[in-house]
Every structure is written in structure tokens, then in C-alpha cells.
Design a protein around this ligand. Sequence first.
Ligand code: PLP
Length: 360
Amino acid sequence: MARVYNFSAGPSVLPEPVLKKAAAEMLDYKGSGQSVMEMSHRSKVYDGIIKECEALLRETLAIPENYRVLFLQGGASTQFAMVPMNLRKNGKADFVVTGQWAKKACGEAKKFLSAHVVADSSDKTFTYIPKLDPASFDPEADYFHICLNNTIYGTHYTTLPETGNVPLVADVSSCILSEPMDISKFGLLYAGAQKNMAPAGLTVVIVRDDLVGNAGEDVPTMMNYKIHADNGSMYNTPPCYTIYICKLVLEWIRDEIGGLEAMKVRNEKKAGMLYDFLDQSKLFRGTVVPEDRSLMNIPFVTGNDSLDKKFVAEAEAAGFVNLKGHRSVGGMRASIYNAMPVEGVEKLVAFMQAFEKNNG
Ligand SMILES: *Cc1c(COP(=O)(O)O)cnc(C)c1O
């Protein structure tokens, strides 16, 4: 059976070598006589897997010593609440609302503190990242929250807000591992793994030491970063198999791509091909302002709903799946995460060219 080109926004395509390795190790992981799915998380063999996964993540992202890496569950959505539960001191935080996820992070935080919206790009359906004026930032805020890559709308920050002593917190669910990042610019980063790291079920939190251990007495044990940090993400059963796949993905980035600088070049090449095509097309157009375009999620439209539907249906029949845009934007969206091969984007562009010729 032929594999399709999967442009899903998440859960999304995984590198084929990773799936093959997982398949080869399915029944007997390295002579243990067990699948990784079956083994105790307290076993020596599993301890090696989770430690190696953390070590690889630290190496890949150059995570400084004074940051903790937590492997949690509950998705990025749970972090919308865990961040205020753990970082609350003065009881207020700043938010930039650049889409549905950023808005949800802000809405959830309101249950715990006073949330101030610094800027909002809903006036133009979140097709741009608002210009920020640091004079409008609250120097007493417990944190300043951004969504670095807006999965639904296809925007990405080109420069980070200068928040001074206020910890910058970023939802990096859909861009983590897509290019190098200066972790030291952030107080905390979090990501659901199902876009660029692993299957669903794992949430990665990277948090500076001084932001761990400040949760109030009322914060539930499982929601307290310190509990997870002190127990090496093993306070309770971690999402064992997903962490194992994450380790394989990190090995793939290191051994087959050559690290995040090389990953960035590859991602720029892929996104560039699609944006270049969209910019000269007379049928299709990208929906995001050029300066804020994402490397990972590329929404586009024809401007005609029935033609959009026809495109999505014909693309699917040709083996390009999950190209339908998010219900709040319409049109199409190609999510071209790390694992999408260059060839997948080349073939999609060729398919779009042919569609334009037949429907122009
Ligand atoms: C997918 C996504 C989420 C939601 O993640 P869950 O793991 O489903 O909670 C949040 N933020 C961003 C930026 C996303 O892409």
C-alpha cells in the first residue's frame, strides 16, 4: 500500500524512518523481549529511554543547564491552566491574542489571575502578528504569553517581545524543533508533541529553574511543575511509548537531517516552494501577510468556496490528504511539519499547477 502525503495540522505526519524503526522494535525492544508499550516505566530499560530522550532534546535545542524538561500529559491545552497555577505571584499576566490557541490560553488564565490583552489581531482574522509596544507591557506581570506559531492561521513571530524581567511564556506546539531557538529568551515553553515531535499524548514543558516551586497550596499535585521536576517526570506513569517515539524523532533529526540548522534550511526550502507558487498564482493566494508567514502551516484560498472544495476533493483522490482549512478560516491549509518530505511539497505544487491550468 502506498503512503499518502499527509498535510494534517495535528496529529501529523511522522518521519518514515522513525515508523520503520518503531515497527522493527515493536515485538522485542533491544533484546528485552517486550515492546516499549508493555514495559514498566520503572524498569532499567525504560529509564534509559526517557533519559536519552531528555538528553537528546537538551542537545538538539541547546537547552541551558538552568532549565528543567518535563514530560507531561494533558496537551498544550492543560498548560493554559498550569502556567498561571504555577507562575502566579502578583496575580496578573499579559497576553498577545494572535489566534484561537492564544485566546484560549488567555481565557483559561482568567480563572486564576487578571489577564491583560496587550494586542489582538482578530480584526483581520489573525492574518498578521501585531506590532507590540513595550510601553504597554505590565512590568509587574507574572508572565507574558505568546503563541509563537499560530497553527490555524499560519502566522509566526519574527522577533520576540522584549519583556525585561517578566518571564516570556510561549506555546510552541506547532514550531518546536523546526529551527534553532534561543531558549534563554524564555521563562517557559510548552508544546503538545503531536505536531512536530511524536504522536499525541505527550506534552513537553521547558521551564527555567526559578519558575518551578512557586505553586500555591491549592494547586493539585499533578498540576504542580515541582512535583514533576523533582520526580524526573515519573511521579506517575508518563506517556511511555510517545516518549520513545519522541526519542526516535530526535535521533532522526540528529542523524538524518543534521540538527536544527539543517532542519531550518530544509523547512525554508519547502515553505519557499509553496509561497513562491502562491505569490505568482492567478488562482490561489496565501492568506497571511508575507512578513509573518509560518514555515509550518500555510493557509491558502482560491476565493471561491466551491472551487476550494473541488480542490480538496481532487487533491485527496490524488494522495494529498488533510488539506482542508480550519473551519474558522475556510479554504485550504498545508501543514508541512519537519517530517513532510521535500518531495511531498514539490508534488503538491505540481498538482496545484495542474489544477490551476484546468480551472483557471
Ligand atoms: C494543537 C495546538 C494546541 C492544542 O494542543 P492540545 O495538545 O490538543 O491541547 C495548542 N496550541 C497550539 C499552538 C497548537 O498548535
